[in-house]
Design a protein around this ligand. Structure first.
Ligand code: VG1
Ligand code: CO
Length: 563
């Protein structure tokens, strides 16, 4: 119970509400397209508005997850179009499935990392997060449902596969007919035997971060001559960032830009990269007013870090956090180990070797870090796609990364560019870039991918961009904790000088297919550490295009997004 005042309110509400009756709705034809991707089920808002579409997926979730009857469920979302309606539907279905306690948030606003924390704090059986993450929102945009398990992390594939199988065989779903409570203010309500608690979605998360970082030191930095800009992109992190940066840490009003969550993210694409967060990028990379800049995505789990005239590649960010981890009070005693997704550059591997830490390489998607975190094998982990996190929760965490960087800057009293230069001079530099070709016709993308996959066995030992191909394979991963095998996770060309080229098809897009080309080349300390990554990687880019026939097969002259 959150407070005695709210439990009194609860008793009154429960006494007053007649038990609503459970309705069984039958489905004549099950949906066949509800297979979750890299991170939840993502479809256009229009698809989600089809009658019974959301209900079908949620019914499958409730049938598959253990402990639903009598359990606690966390529910909220990133505020996009459809968020409040979905909360109402899921609350009524939770009541019909015997959930005992549903914790949701004012306005239905709950970031993915904050949801992960609430699941763990309340020992919930699961969390449902309504978000299509960095995809645009609104009636013409995308909607999504992420399902997290009792450890606070994205459900593993064994569960998402079972949910998908359940949707394809569904004959109907259960829901109660009742008004759902208002989300406008905190309070406790009853829906039959279901207790619904509406809490502030920001409080617990802020308290969690206060235990990890030195707010005194960071506050002193931000109240001094160190102007920063944070772009919430009209998505979920606005209220969190305002409380943290402007409230607790004393940064000037206006530090948080686009801080009001909007149903369509103000028409923007809430993806914190140089293309979609270009206003922030221009402030930092072309102007002189700010020393530090950061942005988060739709649901608050991604982060982009910028310094004055300096972009921090996310793979490098993970390496820098690892090398400087003990500067943060929450990590002062050191790290158990680290992990990165396969396409993420090996910058963190070099730091791990230096610190004598175990380092794991997992498939793309946060769900693969869960077992390593739960087993205490790793403390920090990250992905090249602007995701970094730690064992404080079981999701990547955008504002956590922002505070971690501010902690490093507050302690070391130097610029972001100096942190990077110092890092590379010690560990060498992994030049890295990801080229995305978005919304390609599906058959073309699969044709390209399948052809390259077929070529792999014949490539070993051949020359490529002046190097030789040492390994050419389709990445597969055996989880060291539970022994589960995941295959088909991306095509890799490992070159004899340590350079890599990786090709994957995205599992989060909703239009056609997105091809991702990842390029990486290492220059040891003492070498040329000051090149433009696109220049440093130019020969790999050309060779990859020639081998995979990307331009000719996609009909695209250049990538949609270059990171
Ligand atoms: C992308 C990223 C991946 C990330 C996933 C979910 O997946 O590449 O690293 O875990 O999005 O992020 P894909 O399959 O499109 O490459 V989030 O912030 O959308 O939950
Ligand atoms: Co996200």
């Amino acid at each position: 119970m959150t407070s005695s005042a709210s439990s009194d309110a609860s008793a009154a509400a429960m006494a007053a509400t007649p038990s609503p009756s459970v309705r069984q709705v039958s489905l004549s034809t099950p949906f066949t397209d509800q297979k979750p991707g890299t991170s939840g089920l993502r479809k256009s808002s229009r698809q989600f508005e089809q009658p019974h579409y959301l209900e079908s997926f949620v019914e499958a979730v409730f049938r598959v997850l253990p402990g639903v009857a009598g359990g606690t469920l966390i529910l909220g979302g990133d505020g996009r179009y459809g968020n409040r309606r979905a909360i109402g539907v899921i609350a009524r279905m939770a009541a019909a499935h015997g959930v005992a306690r549903l914790i949701t948030t004012t306005g239905g606003i709950l970031s993915t990392p904050a949801a992960s924390h609430l699941i763990r704090k309340h020992q919930a059986i699961a969390g449902i997060i309504l978000s299509a993450s960095h995809n645009p929102g609104g009636p013409e945009g995308d909607f999504g449902v992420k399902v997290n398990g009792a450890n606070g992390g994205p459900a593993p594939e064994s569960i998402t596969d079972a949910i998908f199988a359940a949707t394809t065989a569904l004959d109907g779903y259960r829901i109660v007919d009742a008004e759902t409570p208002s989300l406008d203010v905190p309070g406790v309500h009853a829906l039959g035997d279901l207790r619904i608690e509406v809490i502030d979605g920001v409080d617990d998360y802020v308290t969690l971060l206060q235990g990890l970082f030195d707010f005194g030191a960071i506050g002193a930095l931000l109240r001094g001559d160190f102007p920063i800009a944070f772009d919430a992109m009209h998505a979920v992190t606005g209220p969190y960032a305002s409380r943290l940066l402007e409230g607790l840490l004393g940064a000037p009003a206006g530090t948080v830009r686009n801080g009001t969550p909007l149903e369509d993210f103000g028409g923007g694409h809430p993806d914190p990269n140089l293309t979609y967060a270009h206003e922030l990028a221009e402030l930092l990379l072309d102007g002189d007013a700010y020393r530090f800049g950061a942005a988060c995505d739709g649901d608050g789990d991604r982060n982009m870090i910028l310094g004055h005239r300096c972009f921090v590649n996310p793979s490098d960010s993970l390496a820098v956090l690892t090398a400087n981890a003990t500067l943060a009070p929450g990590y002062a005693s050191g790290l158990a180990g680290v992990a990165r997704s396969m396409p993420t550059s090996a910058a963190v591997d070099v730091v791990a070797r230096d610190l004598n830490l175990p380092c794991y390489e997992t498939p793309t998607g946060w769900k693969f870090f869960g077992n390593l975190l739960d087993a205490g094998r790793i403390t920090l982990c990250g992905e090249e796609s602007f995701g970094t996190g730690s064992d404080h929760i079981r999701e990547k965490d955008g504002l956590w990364a922002v505070l971690f960087w501010l902690q490093i800057l507050a302690t070391r009293r130097c610029s972001v560019a100096e942190v990077m230069a110092d890092h590379w001079s010690r560990f060498g530099r992994h030049y890295y870039s990801r080229h995305d070709y978005e919304a390609i016709a599906s058959d073309r993308a699969h044709g390209l991918y399948d052809r390259l996959k077929g070529l792999l066995p014949s490539l070993v030992g051949t020359s490529f961009a002046g190097r030789s191909i040492a390994t050419a394979d389709d990445f597969s991963y055996t989880d060291p904790v539970d022994g589960s095998l995941t295959s088909g996770q991306g095509l890799r060309l490992l070159l004899d000088d340590g350079s890599r080229v990786v090709v994957r098809l995205s599992g989060t897009g909703t239009q056609g297919a997105t091809l991702r080309l990842y390029l990486e080349s290492y220059v040891a300390a003492g070498g040329n550490l000051d090149q433009d990554p696109q220049q440093a990687l130019a020969d790999l880019i050309t060779a990859a295009d020639q081998l995979a026939e990307i331009r000719s097969r996609t009909g695209m002259e250049r990538p949609t997004v270059i990171t």
